[in-house]
Design a protein around this ligand. Structure first.
Ligand SMILES: *Cc1c(COP(=O)(O)O)cnc(C)c1O
Length: 390
């Protein structure tokens, strides 16, 4: 008999009843150190008092009005996001896939309105992940995402991640934009080099294309900068964010320059819930914390500690941990044994992690972890590697 919850996930058999900072407590009394963080969502850990306050205060006032009216929380959050990024304007969504979808539509509409209606195609990269809608799986093209869900949407051409030559060769008169994750998350924590990201910007400028970053997983402090592309010193024209910006409350956003968003006029796009008062109250509270002077420096510092300790582990267990990937607290360890089994063993030992492509285990702790919690995680990783080879 089919489970009442549609069985599209191979779920671990554990139910959590509460969380506190980087810890989760299960109904059977077990405690876990959470280096999954809801897949890079719980940026400030669980039950952060400041986020609870923001959400409950808003919940006592107003939940929802629709986007037929002005929403104060959207206006303040959009103002702040535009002040600290390349963007001039923001569309709010409930999820990453919807934020991504808005970005793809923004690119097509831009060219349509600017006398190039043929420029409908977007170049994407192998191993990409942009969400689970028909458009976003059509863009990512990975077999495991698309199998059985055809016909896919036309309009996406794919090249190897990091290969600027292949990219240039894929550009046609119908190309309108390039979409990339600065660090591929689901694909296995594959980091785009600074030269690659700068090269994308140059190619877009040369050919009149819009550069679209999917920072749904990499954004909001995860890499130690507010957004990962800042490490490369370049900016996109359009950017999708979600995950960390809501700290656990469903919230996403599509950010764009005034030029890129020139076609997104009244009536062209919408969302019933997108950016509702509850979501934007939490988004504003997350930004209050992440933009506090010194917060991102703290992320970079603790990330340096964790990265150093992970390198020690690789040196100690070279037949188990093969290499470290990623930036800041968006980290991956490529494994020799199958990642699914390792993630289960880590969980049994009290550490939550997330599998990714390329046999990589993702370590995505909340941005508020301490050195002591890093040591706790490293001890569990060490123990798990020792038990494996014993
Ligand atoms: C999680 C993720 C998405 C999809 O976000 P949803 O909220 O699940 O729709 C898209 N792109 C990237 C890079 C992601 O990590």
């Amino acid at each position: 008999m089919i489970p009442v919850v549609m069985p599209t996930y191979a779920r671990a058999d554990v139910v959590f009843e509460r969380g506190e900072g980087p810890y989760l407590y299960a109904t059977d009394g077990r405690r876990f150190l959470d280096f999954a963080a809801g897949v890079a969502v719980n940026a400030l850990g669980h039950a952060h008092p400041y986020l609870i306050k923001a959400l409950t205060e808003q919940a006592n006032k107003l939940w929802h009005t629709s986007n037929l009216f002005r929403v104060a929380g959207q206006e303040s959050l959009a103002k702040r996001l535009t002040e600290v990024t390349f963007a001039d304007t923001v569309f709010f969504t409930n999820s990453g896939a919807e934020a991504w979808e808005c970005g793809a539509k923004t690119i097509r509409k831009y060219h349509y309105e600017n006398g190039n209606p043929q420029k409908t195609r977007i170049i994407t990269f192998e191993q990409a992940f942009h969400g689970r809608t028909i458009a976003s799986i059509s863009a990512a093209k990975q077999e495991k995402l698309v199998k059985g869900f055809g016909p896919l949407l036309d309009g996406f051409d794919q090249v190897a991640f990091g290969n600027l030559n292949e990219l240039r060769n894929a550009i046609t008169p119908e190309t309108g934009g390039i979409c990339v994750e600065p660090i591929q998350g689901e694909g296995g924590i594959r980091t785009g080099s600074v030269e690659f990201l700068r090269g994308l910007r140059e190619v877009c400028d040369e050919f009149g294309l819009l550069l679209f970053f999917d920072e749904i997983q990499t954004g909001v402090g995860r890499t130690g900068k507010l957004f990962a592309h800042e490490w490369a010193g370049i900016t996109p024209d359009v950017m999708a964010i979600a995950k960390g910006i809501g700290g656990g409350f469903p919230l996403g956003a599509c950010l764009a320059t005034e030029r890129a968003a020139s076609g997104m006029t009244a009536g062209t796009h919408g969302s019933t819930y997108g950016g509702n008062p509850l979501a934007t109250a939490v988004g504003n509270a997350v930004l209050d914390v992440v933009l506090e002077p010194g917060f991102l420096d703290g992320v970079q510092r603790i990330a340096g500690v964790l990265q150093g300790r992970l390198n020690d582990l690789i040196a100690k267990h070279p037949a188990f941990f093969l290499e470290q990937r990623g930036q800041g607290l968006l980290l991956g360890l490529k494994l020799a044994p199958p990642v699914g089994e390792v993630v289960a063993k880590l969980r049994a030992n009290g550490l939550l992690s997330v599998p990714a492509g390329d046999n990589v285990v993702r370590l995505l702790p909340p941005l508020i972890i301490t050195e002591q919690q890093v040591e706790e995680a490293v001890a569990i990783l060490d123990q798990t590697a020792r038990e494996w080879t014993a």
